[in-house]
Design a binder for this molecule. Structure first.
Ligand SMILES: Nc1ncnc2c1ncn2[C@@H]1O[C@H](COP(=O)(O)OP(=O)(O)OP(=O)(O)O)[C@@H](O)[C@H]1O
Ligand SMILES: O=C([O-])CC(=O)C(=O)O
Ligand SMILES: [Ca+2]
Ligand SMILES: [Mn+2]
Length: 655
């Protein structure tokens, strides 16, 4: 027994009697507030939520929906979604209704707007035409958290507020399962054949898979629809719609694409491109061209992508990137697999590199404005980010080494495939039990010095990142234009484990334009554009090895991140341009003799190897791999300039 709220205490209690009534109040009340205005519990609950309103008045808004009533606008929006979900054999789309099927439709007027619906004008010939599909349209992060936690196994709130999810059996992309529709146009325009990421499929097979995905999505109680933008350059903005079955997918894309304002959403109209993500459902292996139960299918003519048999969200991100690699060069705009940041004085740097080489890590720099971490466009107006978010690797992440990324992992952030303490929900970033490719997807404004809008002037420095598992490339070298092009086309790195399905150990990889998996045209088309732009705007090329030093993978060690950061600082500040350089054997790279804050003895890789013969052998081995890889490009001309083509061919290893 103890003193409690009722004021009853034992005679021996040393505690003071607790006062429950206000002094001067004669009446016996258990609370002093006014009673709620509701007559029933349902009514009470209905008071909790009020309608969100656009932040600026809609008067004067120009666009497709400008003069419509709210009712009519909602109806048109649902009709557009129904059309997206239509089977293309039957004509009209499914009956769609807005809102969560589990939520009771309150009779109260100000929440009733959730339940507008569109009925497809069909004669019911099947069970599916009798049912409604609920649409969860552009939900907010808070709503998506609730959906994920209520309905998706493996969804948890971590101690920092991020949403931990599992991507299922696939924890990386599946490039071998990507298919692109070949038709009269794409046959000539796209890069096909050896080395190309574009594996063909015909239009009919695409429609078979599309029908499979749409039927799957329509069979569900509810689907998520995201209407968003790509590209911060307003003149070249692309409208995308993502239809998916998981709150995880919807929140991931909410974070990764550009988020429309409520006003922009009102005027969204018809999307330029649509993704049907039916990733929980496999493709049919009896279908022509299918070699596994996973298929990621792109149809450029229809402006559609279908995903079957993988729930890895990166497929949507990189699928859209592929689309941009097709659409932008048509407009003379170069699309780039690069990070991008800007100094206080407006100096812009691009960071090229394959997965895991440091684009996100090094473009996120506390002393510079972040324009974007992974996908950019370079047009006549300068650079623009394609995305609205970042996708950082989290393996071994620490708050000390990468504070900005660490602090971005908070409410709203999707954390993929991480392991956490079951009680405290604290993430163990060192744990690779699920995968080594653990990831955090967060809106770019979660980085404190993000540059919003994410655009900037023409780049001054073009930094090529290679994570060299052989440990023979110097930590930094200055490149001529021809060398920059040679290394850009080669796209060398040691692929870091996990991002592509099935890779468990670092291996030497060549990937044209530092992103062969995403390009649609022949690599020389992008290379010619890059050369032209670098020349025109006087950008300097650099090769930075963020990989091994003192020996190959297994005997040497990865170069310390603080050293790489110092090197990058010296590139940004311009001080490295004025350093003294010496030329290396075999690769003919110009390496500085000194970089502030970096021990000089590591600048030449030979110094860090104890076994000098092993160094020489490894250097020649890597040089040989470069030569062999470049053979496929020797018959191509880069741009209109024959001289540049010859210079590029001569800029490779020489021995
Ligand atoms: N010297 C170094 N320089 C850069 N990154 C390093 C270095 N040493 C270790 N790392 C680690 O390497 C990883 C680089 O991954 P990052 O996310 O930056 O890759 P990315 O190029 O953005 O790849 P993706 O295109 O897959 O997103 C990080 O986990 C980072 O902590
Ligand atoms: O696509 C992914 O899953 C991650 C990524 O950015 C890349 O691989 O370049
Ligand atoms: Ca990245
Ligand atoms: Mn990437």
């Amino acid at each position: 027994m103890a003193a409690n709220g009722t004021g009853v205490s034992t005679p021996r209690s040393p505690l003071a009697r607790i006062q429950t009534q206000k002094k001067g109040n004669e009446m016996c009340h258990d609370d002093s507030g006014k009673p709620v205005k509701a007559q029933t519990i349902d009514e009470l609950h209905s008071l909790q939520k009020k309608r969100s309103a656009p932040t600026t008045p809609l008067d004067g808004v120009q666009g497709a929906f400008a003069s419509l009533t709210e009712e009519e606008r909602q109806r048109q929006q649902l009709q557009s979604i129904s059309a997206s979900l239509a089977s293309l054999t039957g004509g009209s789309g499914p009956k769609v209704v807005r809102g969560d099927p589990a939520e009771k439709p309150y009779a109260v007027a100000h929440v009733a707007h959730h339940y507008h619906h569109v009925e497809a004008p069909t004669i019911s010939v099947s069970d599916s035409s009798l049912k409604f599909t609920h649409v969860l349209y552009n939900l907010s992060p808070a709503e998506l958290y609730e959906q994920a936690i209520k309905y998706e196994k493996g969804s948890f709130i971590t101690s920092s507020g991020a949403l931990a999810t599992l991507s299922g059996a696939k924890t990386g992309r599946s490039p071998r399962d990507k298919r692109v529709v070949i038709d009269d146009t794409t046959q000539d325009e796209l890069w096909w054949g050896k080395g190309s990421p574009n594996i063909e499929m015909d239009e009919h097979t695409f429609m078979v898979n599309r029908e499979r995905a749409v039927d799957y999505l329509n069979s569900l109680d509810k689907v998520f629809v995201n209407d968003q933008f790509l590209n911060w350059d307003p003149q070249n903005r692309i409208k995308v719609r993502i239809v998916s079955a998981r709150a995880y997918h919807s929140l991931f894309m909410h974070n990764m694409c550009i988020r429309p304002t409520l006003e922009e959403l009102e005027n969204f109209g018809t999307p330029d491109f649509t993704i049907y993500n039916a990733g929980q459902f496999p493709c049919n292996r009896y279908t022509h061209y299918m070699t596994s139960s996973t298929s990621i299918d792109l149809n450029l003519a229809r402006r559609e992508m279908v995903i079957l048999g993988t729930q890895y969200a990166g497929e949507m991100k990189k699928g859209l990137f592929g689309v941009m690699h097709y659409l932008m060069p048509k407009r003379q705009i170069l699309s780039l697999h690069s990070g991008c940041n800007m100094g206080k004085d407006g100096d812009v740097a691009l960071f090229f590199g394959l997965s895991g080489t440091g684009k996100t890590t090094l473009s996120t720099d506390h002393n510079r404005y972040l324009i974007g971490d992974d996908e950019h466009c370079w047009s006549d107006n300068g650079v623009s980010n394609i995305e609205g978010g970042c996708y950082a690797k989290c393996i071994d992440l620490s708050g000390e080494k990468e504070p900005d990324i660490w602090n971005a992992i908070k409410f709203g952030t999707v954390l993929e495939n991480v392991v956490f303490d079951e009680h405290l929900r604290e993430v163990d970033y060192g744990d690779k039990s699920v995968t080594e490719n653990t990831r955090a997807a967060y809106p770019i404004e979660y980085i404190p010095n993000a540059k919003i809008p994410c655009v900037g002037p023409h780049p001054k420095n073009v930094i090529l990142l290679a994570c060299d598992a052989f440990g023979v490339l110097p930590p930094v070298s200055k490149l001529s234009l021809a060398q920059t092009m040679y290394h850009f086309i080669s796209g060398y790195t040691a692929l870091v484990a996990g991002t592509e399905d099935g890779i468990k150990e670092p291996t030497a990889t060549f990937s044209a334009c530092f992103g062969a998996a995403f390009i649609m045209l022949h690599p020389t088309k992008y290379a010619a554009m890059l050369a032209e732009k670098m020349q025109k705007h006087g950008a300097t090329g650099w090769l930075v090895n963020t990989g091994w030093s003192g020996g190959s993978y297994g005997s040497g060690k990865r170069i310390k991140l603080p050293y790489t950061r110092k090197i990058i600082d010296a590139i940004h500040s311009g001080s490295l341009l004025n350093a003294t350089y010496e030329k290396t054997e075999v690769f003919g790279l110009e390496i500085p003799t000194e970089v502030e804050g970096v021990p000089s003895e590591i600048l030449h890789p030979e110094n860090t190897w104890t076994d000098k013969q092993a160094y020489k052998d490894t250097l020649l081995k890597l040089g040989g791999l470069f030569k062999k890889n470049f053979e496929t490009f020797t018959n191509y001309k880069i741009g209109k300039d024959n001289k540049l083509t010859e210079e590029i061919l001569a800029a490779g290893p020489n021995f």
